[in-house]
Design a protein around this ligand. Structure first.
Ligand code: 5GP
Ligand code: MN
Length: 318
C-alpha cells in the first residue's frame, strides 16, 4: 500500500491529533500546520496546534492561527502526532522528546536532508512546499478542500516558492494555486498581508542588517548579521528577520548568501541561500544542519569572527 494511503488511513482512525512544525516557523510550516489541522477538524477529529516559537505578524491573518499554542501539556491524550516541514524531530524544539512519545508519529516533509524519523513518513523532495504534500494528503482522505484550507495551502506554496521565483517552483505550484483561487483565494489580499504590511520597527532593523553586509573579495559570498543588540534597539523580534536573506542573495554576482543570527552569546543560527548549482544543504550538513539544495541552515557555537571564517572556508571548499 502506498505510504500516503497508510497515512490517510491512520488519520481517519485517529481521534486526537497533535500538529506541530519547526521552531521559527516560516509560511509553509505555519500554513501546512493550519491547512491539515482545519481539514482534520472538518472530519471530526480533536486537534491541537503547537509551535515552540511565536507566529510572525505577517501570518496572523490566517484562519485559526490564534489557536496555535506554544506550551505542550497532556501529550498522553494524543493518539497521533503530525510533524510538518521538519528534517529532524529535534527541529520541533525543546518538546521534541515529548512529541516522540506519542503513539504514532507522522513525518510529512519535503527536505532533501530528512533523516526519516517517525512511524510513517511521507517525504517528497519533488514537492515545492510541505503545503503541496498536505494538499495531496487531504485529496487522499477524499475530503473536499474548504475555503480556509485553500487559503492556507495557497499561502504556504506562495511563500515557500518565493512567489513562484525559486527553483522549487514546479507545475504543481501553479496548478494547486489555481485550484485554490477557484475556491475563493484572492492573491492580492494574501500578498498585501504577507509582503505589504510590515512594522516600522522591522524596517529599522533591516537598516541595521543591511549595514552589516560583507561581500567576499571574489564577490561570490555575501554575509549579513543580525545581533541581539539590533533586535533590542529596534524593538523587534526574531520573527521580523524572515526574508532579510533575500537582500544579500539578490546582489549581482553573489552565488551564496548567508544570514548569521545571534541567538545568545556565542550561539548563532546560520541561514544559507544559493543560486544555480551550489548545494548549500551539503554545507549545512557539514555543520549538523540541513535543508534544501538552494536553502539551508544550521546552528553553531563560537565567536562571530570564527563563525564567519569557518563559513568562508566551507563555501570556498565547494
Ligand atoms: P532558514 O534559513 O529559513 O532558517 O531555513 C532554510 C531551510 O533550511 C529550511 O528549509 C529549514 O527547514 C532548513 N533549516 C534551517 N535551519 C536548520 C537546522 O538547524 N537544521 C536543519 N536540519 N534544517 C534547517
Ligand atoms: Mn519551513
Amino acid at each position: 500500500m502506498r505510504v500516503i494511503q497508510d497515512i490517510a488511513d491512520q488519520l481517519k482512525r485517529s481521534k486526537n491529533i497533535l500538529l506541530t512544525c519547526h521552531t521559527d516557523p516560516d509560511g509553509d510550516a505555519i500554513c501546512s500546520l493550519l491547512a491539515l489541522g482545519i481539514a482534520m477538524e472538518e472530519i471530526g477529529k480533536e486537534i491541537t496546534f503547537y509551535t515552540e516559537s511565536p507566529i510572525p505578524a505577517i501570518y496572523r491573518f490566517l484562519p485559526e492561527v490564534n489557536r496555535i499554542t506554544h506550551t505542550l501539556t497532556d501529550v498522553e491524550k494524543f493518539d497521533t502526532a503530525i510533524v510538518l516541514d521538519c528534517g529532524e524531530l529535534e527541529r520541533i524544539g525543546k518538546q521534541a522528546s515529548k512529541v516522540s512519545s506519542i503513539r504514532t508519529v507522522i513525518n510529512l516533509d519535503h527536505h532533501i536532508t530528512n533523516g526519516g524519523f517517525g512511524d510513517l513518513q511521507l517525504i517528497d523532495t519533488s514537492c515545492c512546499a510541505t503545503a503541496e504534500l498536505v494538499y495531496k494528503l487531504i485529496k487522499e482522505i477524499d475530503h473536499p478542500i474548504s475555503p480556509p484550507v485553500a487559503l492556507c495551502i495557497y499561502t504556504g506554496i506562495l511563500t515557500d516558492t518565493g512567489s513562484f521565483r525559486f527553483s522549487n517552483t514546479n507545475r504543481a505550484a501553479f496548478k494547486i494555486c489555481e485550484e485554490m483561487m477557484a475556491m475563493g483565494v484572492e492573491p492580492h489580499r494574501v500578498a498585501q498581508n504577507v509582503y505589504g504590511t510590515y512594522s516600522l520597527n522591522r524596517l529599522k532593523l533591516l537598516n541595521h542588517v543591511l549595514d552589516s553586509l560583507e561581500v567576499s573579495e571574489d564577490g561570490k559570498l555575501a554575509i549579513v548579521t543580525v545581533t541581539r543588540e539590533m533586535i533590542k534597539k529596534t524593538g523587534t523580534g526574531p520573527e521580523d528577520i524572515d526574508g532579510f536573506i533575500n537582500y544579500p542573495r539578490s546582489i549581482e554576482g553573489v552565488s551564496v548568501a548567508v544570514l548569521i543570527q545571534e541567538l545568545s552569546p556565542n550561539n548563532y543560527h546560520v541561514s544559507l541561500r544559493s543560486k544555480e548549482m551550489i548545494d548549500v544543504a551539503a554545507i549545512a550538513k557539514q555543520f549538523g544542519g540541513g535543508g534544501h539544495f538552494n536553502a539551508s541552515g544550521f546552528s553553531i557555537e563560537g565567536g562571530l569572527a570564527e563563525v564567519k571564517q569557518r563559513l568562508i572556508q566551507a563555501v570556498s571548499g565547494i
